[in-house]
Design a protein around this ligand. Structure first.
Ligand code: HEM
Ligand code: HEM
Ligand SMILES: Nc1nc2c(c(=O)[nH]1)N[C@H]1C(S)=C(S)[C@@H](COP(=O)(O)O)O[C@H]1N2
Ligand SMILES: [Mo]
Length: 401
C-alpha cells in the first residue's frame, strides 16, 4: 500500500524549516505596530478628506489652518504608500499561520480566521486602488473614492477584531490545544521568547533584526522616493514623484486643462461675467469690475486629493467683499459654479466660514501674472484649507446653495 503524506506534511514539508526569528510572534507584533500606525493615519486623514468632500449638515469644517488639507491629504498618501512594504512584510512574517492544521480549532478561531478575509483583502484593495488613483489609472467601472471609503471602514473594523483576538490570545484566554500549535520551530503565541529554547536552527534575534531593517529600509525608500510631491524639502530627491507639483504653466501643475474641460471659448469670451445669485437678487461683475476692486494677495497651497501640493502667490478679490456688497446673509452656504459642464468637479461648496474667510479669493493672478487659461482664467476660486477639487477654475457663478 502506498502511504500518502499527511496534509500537514504537504503544507509544511519538514525539511524546509523557516528561519525562526523572522516569522515569530515578536516580528508579527513589531511589523504589525508599524502597519497599524500607517493604517490609523490613513484612516483618520481619509475621513477628514471625506468630510471636506461630503460635508455633514451639522458640521461645517473650519477654513483654518491654511495648510490643513495640504498636511492631512499629503500624510494620507504618504502613510498609504508606506503601508505597502509594511503590509508585504507583515504577510511574509505570518503567512504560514494561514496554513495551520487543523484549519479551525473552535468557533472563536473560525470567526477570527473568517475576519482575516476582509482584513487582508481589504488592505490589498486599499493600497492598490489608492496607488492607481494617484497615478491616475482608472481600470474599474466604479467610482473610486466611494468604494475606497467603504472598504476603509471594513479594514478598520476587521483590524479592531484582529487586535482584540490577538490580545485575547496573548493574554492566554484561549487555551492552545497541542494540535493547533503553530508548526515548525515557531513559538506558541502565549510564550514569546521560546523559539531560542526550542533549539531551532539559526539565530532568531539576527533574523528578526534583518527582517525589521529590510522592512524599515524599503518603507523609507518608497517614502523618500514619492513624498516630494508634497513635501518641499524632498522635492529634489523624490525621483518617483507621481506628480511634479511645479511642472506646468506658471510653475504649477495642471490637473485638467481648459481644452479637456471644453471651456476655451467661453473662458476667452470678452463678454464673460461673474454672476452672484442670492435668491432673486442677482449681481453681475465684468472682468474690468473685478480688476478695479481692491485686490488681496495671499500665499496659499493648492493641495490635490491625489496627494501633490504646491504653494503659490494668488491675487484677487476676497469673496467676502462681493458677498457683503450684494447683501448675502452671513450664514448662507454657497456654491461656486464653473463654466465647465457635466463634470463632478465643475462646482464646489463653501460653508459660511470658508465663504467669509478673508483669504478666500476670487483669483485673477498667479505669482503676479494673469492666470494661465489652464489655471482657470479669467477667474478661479482659491481658499485656505480646501481640497484641490474645490478650488474651482473658470468661474461663472457664485450662488446660494
Ligand atoms: C492591516 C493590518 C494587518 C493585517 C493585514 C494583518 C494580518 C495578519 C495575518 C494574516 C496574520 C496571520 C493569521 C493569524 O495568526 O491569525 C496575523 C497575525 C498576527 N498579527 Fe496581524 N495584521 C495586521 C495588523 C496587526 C497589528 C496592528 C498587530 C499588533 C500590533 C498585529 C498582530 C498580530 C499578531 C500578534 C499575530 C499572530 C502572530 C503569531 O502568532 O506569531 N497585526 N496578522
Ligand atoms: C491603508 C489604508 C487606507 C485607508 C484606510 C484609506 C482610506 C481613505 C478614505 C476613508 C478616503 C476618503 C474617501 C472619500 O472621500 O470618500 C481616502 C481617499 C483617498 N485615498 Fe486612501 N486609504 C488607504 C490607503 C491609500 C493609499 C495606499 C493611497 C495611495 C497611494 C490612497 C489614496 C487616496 C486618495 C488619492 C484619496 C482621495 C480620493 C478622492 O477623493 O478622489 N489611499 N482614503
Ligand atoms: N472647473 C474645474 N475646476 C477644477 C478642476 C476641474 O476639473 N474643473 N480640477 C480641480 C483639481 S482636482 C485640482 S487639484 C485643482 C488644480 O488646479 P490647477 O490645475 O490650476 O493646478 O483644480 C481644481 N479645479
Ligand atoms: Mo485634484
Amino acid at each position: 500500500m502506498i502511504e500518502l503524506p499527511s496534509a500537514r506534511a504537504v503544507l509544511h514539508p519538514v525539511d524546509e524549516p523557516f528561519p525562526p526569528g523572522a516569522h515569530d510572534t515578536r516580528s508579527a507584533v513589531t511589523i504589525g505596530r508599524l502597519l497599524g500606525i500607517a493604517v490609523a493615519v490613513a484612516f483618520v486623514t481619509g475621513m477628514i478628506s471625506h468630510l471636506h468632500q461630503h460635508p455633514l449638515g451639522w458640521l461645517d469644517l473650519p477654513s483654518r489652518p491654511v495648510w490643513g488639507y495640504r498636511v492631512t491629504q499629503g500624510l494620507h498618501v504618504i502613510a498609504g504608500i508606506a503601508a505597502i512594504p509594511l503590509l508585504l512584510a507583515k504577510l511574509w512574517v505570518v503567512y504560514r499561520h494561514l496554513f495551520v492544521w487543523p484549519p479551525v480549532r473552535d468557533a472563536a478561531h473560525a470567526v477570527e480566521r473568517l475576519l482575516l478575509v476582509p482584513l487582508v483583502a481589504g488592505m490589498l484593495f486599499e493600497v492598490t486602488s489608492g496607488l492607481l488613483n494617484v497615478v491616475r489609472w482608472y481600470p474599474w467601472p466604479f467610482f473610486f473614492p466611494r468604494v475606497h471609503y467603504g472598504v476603509a471602514w471594513m479594514v478598520v473594523g476587521s483590524l479592531a477584531a484582529h487586535l482584540a483576538f490577538k490580545w485575547w490570545a496573548v493574554c492566554g484566554r484561549i487555551p492552545e490545544p497541542v494540535a493547533a500549535q503553530p508548526v515548525l520551530g515557531d513559538e506558541p503565541l502565549a510564550s514569546p521568547g521560546a523559539a531560542g529554547a526550542a533549539g531551532a536552527a539559526g539565530a532568531p534575534d539576527a533574523d528578526r533584526r534583518a527582517l525589521l531593517i529590510g522592512a524599515l529600509a524599503s518603507t523609507a525608500a518608497v517614502t523618500l522616493a514619492t513624498a516630494g510631491q508634497t513635501v518641499p524639502a524632498l522635492h529634489a530627491i523624490s525621483a518617483l514623484k507621481p506628480r511634479d507639483p511645479l511642472a506646468g504653466p506658471q510653475g504649477l501643475a495642471v490637473n485638467r486643462t481648459a481644452s479637456a474641460a471644453g471651456v476655451r471659448s467661453a473662458a476667452l469670451d470678452p463678454g464673460w461675467q461673474l454672476t452672484l445669485a442670492a435668491g432673486d437678487r442677482v449681481t453681475r461683475f465684468t472682468l474690468a469690475d473685478l480688476v478695479a476692486m481692491p485686490q488681496q494677495v495671499a500665499r496659499l497651497p493648492l493641495a490635490c486629493v491625489e496627494g501633490w501640493s504646491a504653494e503659490a502667490e494668488w491675487t484677487g478679490v476676497p469673496l467676502r467683499a462681493l458677498l457683503s456688497a450684494a447683501g448675502v446673509p452671513a450664514d448662507a452656504h454657497l456654491r461656486a459654479v464653473s463654466l465647465e459642464r457635466n463634470w463632478l468637479y465643475a462646482n464646489s461648496p463653501l460653508n459660511p466660514a470658508q465663504a467669509w474667510d478673508p483669504l478666500t479669493l476670487l483669483a485673477l493672478r498667479l505669482d503676479g501674472e494673469p492666470l494661465d487659461l489652464d489655471h482657470g482664467y479669467p477667474l478661479r476660486l482659491i481658499g485656505p484649507n480646501r481640497p484641490g477639487v474645490h478650488q474651482t477654475k473658470w468661474l461663472e457663478r457664485i450662488e446660494v446653495a
